[in-house]
Design a binder for this molecule. Sequence first.
Ligand code: MTE
Length: 380
Amino acid sequence: MAGVHNRKVAGESTAEDPRFLPLEVGAPTPDAKCVEASLPSLVDETTPTNRFFVRSHFAVPRLTEEDWRLSIEGNLEHPTVLTYADLQALPHRDLVSTLECAGNSRSTVRPKPEGVLWGHGAVSTGRWRGVPLWMVLDRAGLKPSTVEVALQGADQGTEPGIEGALHYEMSIDVAKALHPDTLLVDHMNGERLTPHHGFPVRVIVPGYYGMASVKWLVRVEARDQPFRGYFRDRAYTYIREGQRAEEPRKPASVVRVKSLITWPRQGQVLATGPHVIRGAAWSGESPIVRVEVSVSPAQGGGEIWRPARLRPGSTRHAWTHWELMCEIPESGFYIIRARATDENGNCQPVEAEWNFRGLGNNSIHCVPVEVRASGPPDIE
Ligand code: MTE
């Protein structure tokens, strides 16, 4: 029924511990912090805003267009403060970009890592409209010695093991900040941003995991030294197994190549005969050039990878939809797998290297299905 969504609470969630917030699926409730998009919604070219995943570390800050100010400061000739009207007066552009949380698919990682136990739904695609960040930095006289640009949200709260309240703050390298596709966004899917997605202004950093796309943006700081902060140096860094605490950690940034199967779904019962397997694929580094699919008996053997058809027309930062027609003549238990390759030759691993927070999990997606001679017809 339209407008009604199943809500699920992840097995080990407790409302008290912010690392294990209840995960919801569907339209977000006003105070929701972690809401998954459902796998079937990945078939949309752009995800409707009320089905777009949500990831907020703290409560949504109450901001108005009238009171909102954006401070542009740091390593600049002319630090400045912009109002919402100032931003509206600057040239805007549109782009469609997929946003994936670095913790997406974490629940499938073993041993179980730290963090919100996302299924595969911390990914969505939006049509974003905004002002290129480079334009604002350029007007403020960005100094050539700038190495990073720090982005701060108005939201604040506490994190486990950290004393006192902190703002959500992230930093991106200056080249990415000056990329023409990095936008100060005020519209999503043709409408003003909603409070959950960063009203009145957020950043969208296409190609980087979602943590860089700071919502409720209030401060942009040009830096001649690398930024240090909880979210950049602790929460969103890869910590390999065996890595010592004092060893430098790689911050999460570029989205790894990945594909997910949207049909059939896990545990589905199919009839013997022809089927169309469908999904979506994306990569932060370069366009998707290939998706291969295998349908093999669950008892092992018979893994044959066949190229899926890529639906044409996907733009550079948006996911690419794909499909494969296949015949499953015999009943039994099967595993369907899909693996994507991007133009730079990056291909999904069978199992992504483990890291402490289960970030960047792009292991090949496996969907177990049962096929019966008497199964329901493939009507999708
Ligand atoms: N910006 C602020 N200010 N606060 C946040 O908690 N979460 C980040 C990013 N920007 C966050 C933020 C993370 S981890 C992700 S994945 C994306 O926002 C999610 O964006 P969405 O909620 O619009 O889907």
